[in-house]
Design a protein around this ligand. Structure first.
Ligand code: GDP
Ligand code: MN
Length: 386
């Protein structure tokens, strides 16, 4: 789960990090009221969407007075902001963040994430932070350093020193930076985050260290431990079909192709997508129905796949381990009747009770095309949608 910049900053502040003062706003009027209260010489107005690259797309503005601020707020609210992270359709701006401006002397990059390969927490830092960090990563990776640390409740001073080394700060700023790193680490551990990214972390002309931008992603598998974080979820930022899928405990990711996939197991789902591509077509989705798919679950999965108007055919690929193929076949038949499927349906069943399953499909009276193996299934569905 991702949250907005303003929420991430409030959370980091709670754990002791330094962030600029600011207020989230949902209307132009609210922006003006809050600006009058803040009473500043200049204002920073930032579009709040779950995507980076806003600066380059015109989603971050510095305004000299209330007249310009009002204009900028009117312009941004309701706008579809297209950044290099949103995809071509962009994301509609529904909230803004009004902030006091900072005097930037230098921009750094700092992030903290789980390094699965080493089972450690990795801090990534660079003195070339800001809006071109992707370019730096590509062209001059030596400017980016990674420090891996062992899981524990606190981060050691010696690790903090290694992380800030390439920032080349004076003693005063160095200490401030180490304190921020400790706050970030505490936030990371306490909230079961999977990523905290501060880009830029800045050195101000007043020699302070401030988190000027913040992105936090949480581990969905641990979110049940943090009901207060769940309240920060913004459903506007999520795909409606993915929200529906999560209600039924289905792992569904919408993609751009024409072949809908219903598979049990993430690995098998990946393999199914690969083999569709191998045969020259594109999958419309990733969908893992999980180990114990009931009729209700299969039915919900059908409805979700069919709500995608690009879908021209569905490939069901099930390996019956704990799940019995005959039970699943019964679920497919009932769900297919209920949802009145009128596009080609290719089914490949293997494993426990697969023969019984095939028999149920064959005798169902539905136009279901049976496949003997994964390659055969891919060939058949590709032929059908062509
Ligand atoms: P992103 O482009 O979506 O990552 O948005 P950021 O929050 O990182 O802002 C983009 C850029 O705007 C930063 O790298 C800064 O250079 C600039 N910026 C943001 N806030 C301020 C500010 O208070 N003062 C100044 N001078 N620049 C700012
Ligand atoms: Mn940024």
């Amino acid at each position: 789960m991702n949250i907005h910049e303003h929420q991430a900053k409030q959370l980091l502040k709670k754990f002791g990090a330094i962030v600029p003062n600011g207020e989230a706003c949902f209307t132009v009027q609210e922006v003006l009221e809050k600006a009058k209260k803040l009473n500043l010489k200049k204002y920073v107005l930032k579009a709040q969407i779950h995507a980076g690259g806003r600066g380059k797309a015109g989603g971050v503005k510095i305004l000299d007075n209330l007249v310009d601020l009002e204009k900028a707020a009117k312009d941004l609210l309701g706008k579809k902001l297209v950044t290099h992270q949103t995809g071509p359709n962009g994301k509609e701006v529904k909230r803004l963040y009004l902030e006091e401006p900072s005097n930037i002397k230098k921009e750094f990059y700092l992030s903290c994430l789980i390094d699965r390969a080493s089972s450690k927490i990795a801090f990534i830092s660079s003195d070339q932070g800001g809006m071109d960090i992707e370019e730096v990563a590509k062209k001059d990776p030596s400017k980016i350093s990674t420090i891996k640390i062992n899981f524990s409740d606190d981060i050691k001073d010696e690790d903090c020193k290694k992380i800030v080394q390439n920032f080349n700060l004076d003693d005063d700023a160095n200490l401030k930076c180490i304190n921020i790193i400790k706050s970030i680490y505490k936030t990371f551990i306490s909230t079961d985050a999977s990523l905290i990214e501060i880009n830029p972390l800045i050195l101000t002309k007043e020699n302070n260290i401030v988190c000027l931008d913040a992105k936090i992603s949480f581990d969905d598998n641990a979110i049940f431990k943090h009901p207060e974080l769940l309240e920060l979820r913004d459903l506007n930022e999520e795909d409606p079909t993915e929200i529906e899928a999560s209600k039924h405990d289905l792992a569904y990711i919408k993609l751009d192709g024409t072949i809908g996939c219903m598979v049990n197991g993430a690995g098998l789902a990946m393999a199914t997508m690969d083999i569709i591509k191998l045969h020259g077509q594109e999958p419309a989705n990733f969908l893992d129905v999980g180990g114990g798919a009931s009729k209700e679950k299969v039915s919900a999965a059908f409805k979700i796949i069919l709500s995608d108007k690009n879908v021209k055919g569905i490939l069901i690929n099930i390996f019956g381990g704990i799940m019995r193929c005959d039970v699943l076949a019964q679920g497919i038949v009932e769900a297919a009747k209920e949802t009145k499927i009128d596009i080609p349906l290719v089914v490949r069943l293997a494993g426990t009770n697969s023969e019984e399953g095939k028999k149920i499909l064959d005798e169902s009276g539905l136009k279901i095309i049976s496949a003997s193996d994964l390659g055969d299934a891919a060939k058949k569905i590709v032929k059908q949608v062509k």
